[in-house]
Design a protein around this ligand. Structure first.
Ligand SMILES: *[C@@H]1O[C@H](CO)[C@@H](O)[C@H](O)[C@H]1NC(C)=O
Ligand SMILES: *[C@@H]1O[C@H](CO)[C@@H](O)[C@H](O)[C@H]1NC(C)=O
Length: 132
């Protein structure tokens, strides 16, 4: 995990992060194991300049909506780890072919360098999906 050492510093800076949204899928979407899912990631406009580093899209499964692991603690399945074309990109990921439990938390973590002094920054969004 190349990012793990940097993660602490990134969290400190997260208050300054450029917020992203998961525009698709909608929260609560029912998906099929193994299917391809389009994840639409939108970055909000900001006055401060920023340089993109990467985003990570992941899912973690759970038996009910209240027991899903926190995406800030663990990502069971990393589905995408790569560049992000701001301010708007569709990324197609393939869902794991099996997950324990009927629910999962889908998360997008966004890494960027913010401002003229390039403050390392991380922001995160997540939503719950259901497995059919
Ligand atoms: C992101 O989501 C927030 C809250 O739902 C909304 O207010 C905001 O307009 C959204 N921004 C973008 C760029 O989609
Ligand atoms: C992403 O997909 C949505 C829905 O299919 C589409 O409306 C949008 O134009 C696409 N955006 C990009 C940047 O490809």
């Amino acid at each position: 995990m190349q990012f793990s050492l940097a993660a602490l510093a990134l969290f400190v800076a997260s208050a300054m992060s450029q917020a992203i949204n998961i525009s698709s899928p909608p929260s609560g979407q029912t998906v099929l194991a193994g299917e391809k899912l389009n994840v639409e990631v939108t970055r909000q406009n900001s006055l401060s300049p920023s340089e993109e580093v990467a985003i990570v899209i992941g899912v973690s499964s759970c038996t009910d909506e209240n027991s899903c692991p926190s995406p800030s603690q663990v990502i069971q399945h990393v589905l995408y780890n790569g560049p992000y074309a701001a301010p708007h990109q569709n990324i197609t990921v393939t869902l794991p072919s099996s997950l324990n439990g009927g629910h999962a938390v889908l998360s997008v973590t966004h890494f960027s360098l913010v401002g003229v002094s390039c403050v390392p920054s991380a922001g995160r969004r997540h939503l719950l999906i259901s497995y059919d």
